[in-house]
Write a protein that binds this ligand. Structure first.
Ligand SMILES: NC(=O)c1ccc[n+]([C@@H]2O[C@H](COP(=O)([O-])OP(=O)(O)OC[C@H]3O[C@@H](n4cnc5c(N)ncnc54)[C@H](OP(=O)(O)O)[C@@H]3O)[C@@H](O)[C@H]2O)c1
Length: 267
């Protein structure tokens, strides 16, 4: 399968790109930091994995989703897997969130994912071979995350959109899948402005653990992929508890596990 992954310069996207390439699937890795993508490509070549091509771009910029599809078609001809993984959000109450960051958050977590599906889905339907559209949400797609109001709203959108799109595609060659990770030891917490406390760090996944769970589940075309029992329980709590209880539970977990520090996302 030919695979396109956004946000492949770090974290979960990088680990997934490596997992696909090591299993023999050619990858087009996209993110803003081209040097990071080239170092992944070199590492995969040295490991004897399938080739990893790179495209440095801001996927939330106007015209970027079309540009990514055009590059993927140029490199592969046909794309079989798109993983919409790139995501961001400062860990701040809404009144602290700058207008730049809220635009970036909605632009990347909501609009870019939707546009990427809009451009890649017709391409996959047209070639007719078994394909996967994968949208990366979060446990916050189910449970309310304190100090992440815009992010949680966006990740709820990702889950609802993904499920409805899957339903629309049920009689086609395309399986639409949602990957919903919980706390993962990537650049995300530091950029967001979260300092995990010792107790939290112990319970977090590495991006490689997330990729090891997600890779076979994506190939199997699963609708919902939630890595780990603790995250599955948090998602279940978000689904079944009334909001006032769910938010209190999540506030309790966050108070125990993270400290708010300055976000390091550039303005
Ligand atoms: N880590 C967690 O605890 C956690 C928990 C739940 C869900 N998630 C979700 O998992 C996904 C991956 O997160 P992660 O933890 O791996 O984060 P990460 O380590 O911060 O990596 C984010 C990736 O997205 C890329 N990116 C950010 N903005 C971009 C843009 N405008 N255009 C193109 N690429 C962009 C970054 O690369 P460049 O900076 O090079 O562009 C990087 O490769 C996200 O959707 C996130 O919401 C993460």
């Amino acid at each position: 399968m030919n695979v396109v992954i956004t946000g492949a310069s770090a974290g979960i996207g990088r680990a997934l790109a490596a997992a696909f390439a090591r299993e023999g699937h050619p990858v087009l890795a996209a993110a803003r930091r081209g040097e990071r993508l080239r170092s992944l490509s070199k590492e995969m070549a040295e490991a004897g994995a399938a080739p990893v091509a790179c495209l440095a771009l801001d996927i939330a910029a106007q015209g970027a989703p079309e540009a990514l599809l055009a590059e993927a078609v140029r490199v592969f001809g046909k794309v079989h897997v798109l993983v919409n993984n790139a995501g961001m959000s400062p860990y701040q109450e809404f009144r602290e969130l700058s207008c730049t960051h809220l635009r970036q958050s909605i632009g990347l977590n909501v609009l870019a994912i939707t546009e990427l599906c809009h451009f890649f889905l017709p391409h996959m339907l047209a070639h007719g071979e078994p394909s996967r559209l994968v949208n990366v949400g979060s446990v916050g797609s189910y449970a309310p995350l304190p100090k992440f109001s815009v992010y949680t709203g966006g990740k709820h959108y990702v889950r609802v959109f993904t499920n409805l799109l899957r339903r629309e595609c049920r009689a086609t060659n395309v399986r639409v899948c949602g990957l919903y990770p919980g706390g993962t030891l990537t650049e995300f917490p530091k950029l967001a402005g979260q300092k995990p406390k010792k107790i939290a760090a112990a319970g977090m996944h590495t991006p490689e653990q997330v990729a090891a769970i997600a890779y076979p589940a994506i190939l199997a075309g699963k609708r919902v992929i939630i890595p780990g029992i603790a995250n599955q329980l948090a998602a279940l709590a978000g689904k079944v508890l009334p909001f006032p209880l769910a938010i209190r539970l999540m506030e309790f977990i966050y108070d125990m596990s993270v400290e708010q520090v300055e976000t390091t996302y550039p303005e």
